[in-house]
Design a protein around this ligand. Sequence first.
Ligand SMILES: [Zn+2]
Length: 1021
Amino acid sequence: MYHQPVLKNRRTLLERAEKFISDIYFTDCNLRGRLNGDSCPLQSISSFLSAKRITFTEACKQNFAPYKVGETFGPTWWTCWFKVTLTIPESWRGREVHFLWESDGEGMVWRDGQPVQGLTKEGEKTSYILSECLKDEEPHSVTLYVEMACNGLFGAGQGSMIAAPDPNRKFSIQKAELVIFNRDVRQLLTEFEMLVDIVKELGEGEQRGYQALFTVNEMVNLCDPNDPSSFSEARRLASKFFNQQNGESQHMVHAMGHCHIDSAWLWPYEETIRKCGRSWVTVVNLMDKNPDFIFTCSQAQQFQWVKSWYPGLFSKIQHYVKKGRFIPVGGTWVEMDGNLPSGESMVRQFLEGQRFFNQEFGMYCKEFWLPDTFGYSAQLPQIMQGCGISNFLTQKLSWNLVNTFPHNTFFWEGLDGSKVLTHFPPGNSYEMKAKIEELVRTVRNNKDKGRANHSAALFGYGDGGGGPTQLMLDRLRLVQDTDGLPKVQMSTPDRLFSQLRAESALLCTWSGELFLELHNGTYTTQAQIKRENRQCETLLHDVEVASSLALCRNRTFLYPQEKLQQLWRLLLLNQFHDVIPGSCVGVVVDDALKYYNDIRSDGSVLLREACEALGPKGSSVGVFNSLPWERHEVVQIQDGTDKPGLALVRAPSVGASPVIDIQPVTAVSVTLQADGTVLMENGILKAAINRDGTLASLCLIGSNRETISDGCVGNQFVMFDDVPLYWDAWDVMDYHLQTRKPVSEVVQPAHVVSSGGLRGSVGFTLRISDKSVVTQEIVMDAMCPYIKFDTKVEWAESHKFLKVEFPVRVRSPNATYEIQFGHLQRPTHRNTSWDWARFEVWGHKWADLSEHNFGVALLNDSKYGYSVHENTMTLSLLRSPKAPDATADMGTHQFTYAVMPHSKSFQEASVIQCAYNLNFPLRLIQCSPDTVPWSAFSVPEPVILETVKQTEEGKGMLVLRLFESHGSSVTVTLRTTIPVREAWHCDLLERRQSTQPAHVTPEGIALDFTPFQIVTLLLVL
Ligand SMILES: [Zn+2]
C-alpha cells in the first residue's frame, strides 16, 4: 500500500518530509503554513509604564494611554502594563481561539484579577487560549491585562547573555492579535516532526530509522494540507509506527516536567517572584488539560514568594501537590551553593525547606535536588540523611572541563560513610524539550548501562521560560513505548529512585566530594558577599548561643524565634547558587548586601539583648565566648579614658567572664633591625619581616623549626592574568598560573606599629599596579600560636587575580582543607588529570600542609579559594571579572588571614580551634564587677559543639549540634551547668528519636562518635 519511492535516495525523502513541515520554506503550500487560520485585530491596546513592580490592583487604577504595536517601551527592569479589549468574531464558532502576543519582554496575562498565562517568546509561550472550541454562550468580548517586564528570559545583557545588563534597553510588542488555531494540524505536525527526528537520530545504521523514513514519506503522499479530511489517513500510519512496541529489556526514561528558576542571577530577586508566577500559572494550566502531567519544583523560598504574591495560584498549586502531580522537591530553602555555606547553613537550608514543605503541603521531600550547583561537599550525604533524604539528583558534573565523571547512577558516600543513591540524568540537561535526540542521548550516554535501567529526563524551559509546553507533553505521549526508542513514562522522583534502588545490586560507589572541574573562580569572586556570608553565619551563631543561655539564666528572656528565622532565611537566600558564588549581576549584589546589612543590624541588636540578659548589668567589661573551649586571648577594650586598650583575658567555654587582665608568660617584642628588617617574637613564634612585608623567616621556637622554604619568602603577594574562556565571574583557567608576577613595589616599607607587650605589629604598603594598593598590618599577640595579617586592598583591576603565597618547609603528597563539619585531603601533586584539574580548590576557615610531627596551617576570616601545589600554600584573595557585573570587586577590601606553624599533627596542635577563634571574636559585654566566670557547656576535643539554639517548636527545649572534628571514633562527656531534665538524640530536622534517649549523669551526657559524625541533641530544660 506504500507508494514505491522513485529512487533509493534517503536524503531526498528526508528533506521532502522536512520541507513539508518547515516554517521557513514552502509555507504557502506545506502543512506548517496551515497551523494558524484566520486572524483578527484586537479592539484596543493601551499601556501604562511603571518603574516599580506593582500589584495588579494598583496597576488597574492607573491611566492607560493608547499603544500601537511596534512602539518601544522601557528602560530595563521597568514594567509596562497593557490593557487589551477584544471581540471574537461570531463566525469563529466551533474553532480554537488564541490571543497571540509576541514580545521580547516577559509577560503575564491577567483576566478578572487573576494571573492566567505566562508569556515568553523564548519559552515558546506566545498565546493565551481564549476558547478551545468557541460556543455561543462563551463571552466574545473580553478585557485582558498584560504585565510586561522590561527584561528578557536571561535579563538584559549588553551584547551577550552574561554581559553586564544594558540599563537602557527598550522592548516592544511585535504581534498582538486573535487567531484561529488548528489543533488537528498541530497534532499531525508533531507526528511528522517526531518521525523526521527518528530518521535523523537513528541514522543509517538501524533499520528502524528506515521504517520511520518510509512512513513519513508515505504520510506526505497521503496528506493534503488544504484538506483536513486527508489527515486521518496520515495519522493512522504514524500511529501504526509509534505503537510498534519494544521488548521488556528496553531502558525506561522517567519524564518529569521542570522549570529551573534561578532565585536571582541575571535579574534581581524581585523579578524572580514574577518569573515563578508566570511559569507556575502556565504549569497549572497544563495540568488542568493533561491529567497525566507531572511537574517537579524546588526551592521553598519560591513557594513562599508565590504564596504571598499570588495566593490564588498558590491554592491551585496546593491542590495539585495533594494530587501528587505538582511535586515539591529538594527539601531546601533555595538551591544553594554546594561548597561555600557552612555546615550549620547547610543544615538550615534543609531545616527551613523541609519544615516549610511540611507546613504547607504536609510532606517532606525524599530527594535532594541541586541540578545546577558548582560542586558538592563531601559532607552532604550525611546532612541529607539527617534530614530524611536518601536520594540525590544533579547533572552539573557533566560540565567538567577535564575529566568525564564515570557514572550516572551510583551510591555517593560522604565523609562519614553515609551513602545516598545519586542520579545524574544522562541527557545532561535539566531543560529538555522532549525531543527524540534527548531520549536517544539519555540511553546512549548512560554510563551505567546494564547496572541501571532507569533514567530521569527533566523537560521544560527554565528561568521564566515557563517550564513545559503542550507540545512537549504531546511528544512524550507519542513515544511511550515505540520500538527502537527508550520507553518513556511520566514519572516522579520517588518512582525513579524506588526503581533504581530496587535494582541497585550492581551499582558502584563514589566516595568523597563531587568536585566540579569548572567555575573555580566562584570561591573568590565578589569578595564582599563571601565576607558578609561568613560574618553573618558567625553572628547568627553567637545570637543563638547567647539567646539560648539567656533563656536558661533569665526567666523573663524571650527567645527571638521569629526574628531569627527571618534573618536565617535572608542568609540562606543569599547562599543561592548564583549569589554567594558571585556569578550574578550588580543589582543582585546590591540586594544581597542590603540583606546582609539587615542581618547585621538586627542581629547585633539581638546579640546585645541576649548578652544583657546573661547576668546582672554593671560597670565592668566582660567577655562572652560562644565557642566550646576556654580561650586565652588578647582583646581590645575601652578603658576609662575612652582610649582603646588591650587586655589578655581568660574566657570560659560557652560562657562569660569579667575582663581580668592576666600577665602573659612572654611579652611580644618587635625590633627594627639596621638592615630594615623587623623581628617579632612572642615566645611561641619568631618572625623576620623584610622591608617589603614578606616573611624572611618564621620559626616555631619550641621545636626550633623554620617554616619558610629555603631561599623563599612567605606572605608573598602575587598577581595573575585572569582571562577565562567565557564564564567571566565563574572561571579561572589553569593557564593563569603561567602569568604569575610577584607584587614587590614598596610604597611604605615595613615599620613598627605596635612595639610589643600584649600585641606587636608591623605595617607596610605595596603598590599592586598604578590603580591598586595593598596595606597590611602583621599582628603578633601574646600567647597566640599564629601571626595575623590584617589586610586592606584598594582594588581597581581588570581581569587580574591577587593571591598570597607561603612556600613552606613541609613535604606531603596531600594537603588538608576544612569543609562543613570536617575536613578532607586533596593532592599537592599533579599526577593524573583528576589531580591537575584541582589547581584551584575551596576550603573554609583553614587549610593545612603537614608532614609527620610538623606542619603549617593557613587560616582566614572570609576567603574560600585555596591551592597547595608541592610545598607552596596559596590563598586566593581577589578577582576582577567584568561579567555579569561590570564593577565586581572594585573598591576597598578588608580581610585577615593567618599562618600557624605547628608541631605534631594539625589535630593535636588545635589548628581547628585556632581557626574558629580567628573567626569568632570574643564579644565584649557589660557585667557587674562581682560576676563569677561561668561556663554553660564544655566538651573535650575532638568533639566540637557547633550550635546551641532553641528548638523550632519552642517550648523550653534546646538543640545542641556537635560533630567529631578529627576523623576519629571517640566517646566523650558533654558537661553542662544547665539543669537538664532529659536529653534525646534527634535528627537534623529536630525530630526526636524516641528509641534513642541520651544518657544524662551528674557528670554530663556521654556521647559516642564515629569519624566526622554529626550528633544533634534535644535538651528538655
Ligand atoms: Zn541555576
